[in-house]
Design a protein around this ligand. Structure first.
Ligand SMILES: [Fe+2]
Length: 626
């Protein structure tokens, strides 16, 4: 069966006869009809083995639909949820931005709701992927900051996009070529001879953008924050957070003292990077973030967690050393009592990086045989009536796993457990994460850069082939801070979903009462695929509200904005950024959409088209009218 499908896909690549195209369409329709007859409802058959894409009729290899011959399938809304898409569209996700922009765009339908009017959505992601030659990895793309200012009448958006002009970006821009090594393998021309023992990697400023205390910071976890102008997005420069982040690369080699640290500093090492995922804790109203440096030879990561009020006054600090850790976590959680960090099991083989053969990120080696470690670190700030722990807790989690994003962390058992005791509230901690359902041994992210040829032309090889990537789903961790017991299972209702970039209402960050998680949604057939819609997950009941944009639309991270004086948690808006592809515009065009969090399935209440296709971005935040 599988060989037959493979042969069919290869045949598609070279077939030109129109009758063959008609036959294929008829065949597809027959298979779709057959599948529909067998399964009257996706939801009724969740978890059934038959829901693997190979049984759907459009080939075993996901994304291999040729839009030139099978466009009908791509436009069939009945296929929503089945991971039906084409890599011919998705390949445009990491085509470089067509320059920087500043223009006004009107709503195509609806109007921006009151809570958004006069407010600003900031987003960021990799936006430039070549200088003379294509970069080695899409995550090496230079940061492109986006600003969407909603008009006071809700009828339009003022859109601005600017590259984050770090020192390295400016130098490379002037030279017109790569001058610095990227984390994931982008190198200067000249091979190893021209890259060996240069341990400086470029601050890409491409992962998150936050506005806090009047400053807008572009964040990259292997570098320091870069401040940009809140209105123009013009780059102001590196922000060391009041001297808390020492300059230099974010690692030390452990050269012997008394002169070891002096030598390392003179070599540009021993600096401290800042997480790309600070959180605004709704219990205190503080921004919580952390700086880190890796002691490579000691296999430990030094972490300093800070909490700031809105005037950037330091309200608390906690220093912590993650022993046996070689790569800092990407995200973390904050409860009333704990900072929660999940340590993925990755080791580093530094030699290829040192000799200029690989980027630092390419030297990460997966250790699926080792259990994840959950670190509960006592918070530094005091909340009234909450007894704070004194000692950290390290608990072993599952093996063969990798966690990426933290949707929510809170003290006490999960909401779905119902009424609880004061003892359980005291002892248990719950964390919802977006993570992979498997971790293969070998080079971490190694599969992201490889792909078999596609049966259609693609504009770049950088967009990852989802056939090579594990599924990401929403996990629910329960950690007993007394016994060290860790339980993990899919969050309620999420067994079949592929999701990422989960978020909760900012009013509920860190609270057990939090009931809804919002995420970008790929499919409901337990496979890895691009985000084609949005989902609301009810953590109490497992009920899902789903909306798919189309099989040819890719949906970025949702940003949640509470309504003014809302009585319910889901009195909020979801702002999305979507890239639509079509027969008329195969290269894609982006739009901003607004959905009502109380009725995600109803789709957008407002859509604002842009004039460009924005490269697929990462994270951002909304700032209300000031
Ligand atoms: Fe992230």
């Amino acid at each position: 069966m599988s060989r037959a499908f493979d042969a069919c896909e290869r045949a598609r690549a070279i077939a030109t006869a129109s009758n063959a195209r008609c036959d294929r369409r008829a065949s597809h329709r027959a298979r779709v009809a057959s599948h529909r007859a067998a399964t009257t409802s996706r939801d009724a058959d969740k978890g059934a083995e038959k829901f693997v894409p190979g049984t759907l009729g459009w080939g075993r290899r996901r994304g291999s639909i040729d839009p030139r011959v099978d466009g009908d399938v791509l436009e069939d809304a009945r296929a929503h949820g089945y991971c039906v898409y084409t890599h011919a569209d998705w390949a445009h996700a990491y085509v470089s931005a067509d320059g920087e922009h500043a223009y006004e765009s009107a709503c195509a339908f609806g109007a921006a709701p009151e809570e958004l009017r006069g407010g600003t959505l900031y987003r960021i992601g990799p936006g430039l992927f070549e200088r003379e030659k294509e970069y080695a990895h899409m995550l090496d793309g230079d940061g492109l900051a986006l600003r969407f200012r909603f008009s006071s009448d809700g009828a339009s958006v003022a859109f601005t996009s600017r590259f984050v002009r770090t020192r390295e970006f400016a130098e490379e821009d002037a030279a017109g070529k790569v001058l610095y090594r990227g984390t994931f393998g982008t190198m200067r021309e000249g091979g190893m001879l021209n890259n060996a023992f240069d341990l400086h990697t470029k601050n890409l400023a491409n992962t998150n953008i936050v506005r806090w205390g009047g400053r807008v910071l572009a964040l990259y976890e292997a570098g320091q924050p870069v401040e940009v102008d809140a209105e123009t997005l013009a780059t102001k420069g590196v922000d060391d957070l009041g001297g808390r982040l020492e300059p230099g690369q974010y690692f030390t080699l452990g050269l012997p003292e008394p002169i070891g640290s002096t030598i390392e500093r003179s070599a540009g090492l021993g600096g401290r990077a800042f997480t790309a995922h600070p959180h605004i804790d709704s219990n205190t109203g503080y921004l919580v973030g952390w700086g880190w440096k890796s002691r490579i030879t000691a296999k430990a990561v030094e972490i300093s967690l800070w909490e700031w009020d809105e005037d950037w006054r330091e309200m608390g600090r906690r220093d912590y050393v993650m022993e046996g850790c070689e790569a800092a976590p990407h995200d973390f959680g904050v409860t009333e009592k704990w900072y929660v960090m999940i340590q993925n099991r990755l080791s580093i083989d530094p030699l290829p990086f040192l000799v200029g053969a690989k980027g630092a990120g390419e030297c990460l080696i997966s250790q699926p045989q080792e259990p994840l470690l959950v670190h509960l670190i006592p918070r530094s700030t005091q909340t009234p009536n909450v007894a704070k722990p004194v000692e950290p807790v390290i608990a072993e989690g599952p093996r063969e796993s990798f966690e990426i994003h933290v949707a929510l962390a809170h003290d006490g058992p999960p909401l779905s457990r119902g009424e609880t005791t004061s003892e359980d509230l005291e002892n248990w901690v719950t964390v919802y994460t977006a993570g992979w359902d498997k971790l293969s041994p070998g080079v971490f992210l190694g599969e992201w850069g490889s792909s078999d040829p596609w049966p259609f032309p693609v504009p770049t090889e950088l967009s990852p082939d989802f056939n090579n990537i594990p599924r990401t789903l929403l996990w629910m961790y329960e950690i007993n801070a007394v016994t060290g017991e860790v339980k993990r299972q899919p969050a309620p209702g999420c067994e079949d979903l592929c999701i990422d970039h989960p978020h909760v209402s900012p009013l509920f960050e860190g609270k057990r009462a939090c009931r809804y998680v919002y995420a970008s949604l790929s499919n409901e057939v337990r496979v890895s695929g691009p985000p084609l819609g949005y989902v609301r997950i009810d953590l109490k009941t497992g009920e899902l509200q789903k909306w798919y944009a189309s099989n040819r639309s890719f949906c970025e991270e949702p940003v949640i904005v509470p309504k003014a004086n809302g009585a319910n948690e889901d009195d909020a808006w979801l702002i999305g950024l979507i890239a639509d592809h079509s027969r008329e515009n195969p290269a894609g065009i982006s739009r901003v959409v607004v959905l009502d969090c109380a009725d995600i399935a109803a789709g957008p209440v407002c859509s604002i088209p842009l004039r460009n296709r924005i490269p697929h971005g990462l994270h951002g935040m909304f700032v209300g009218r000031e």
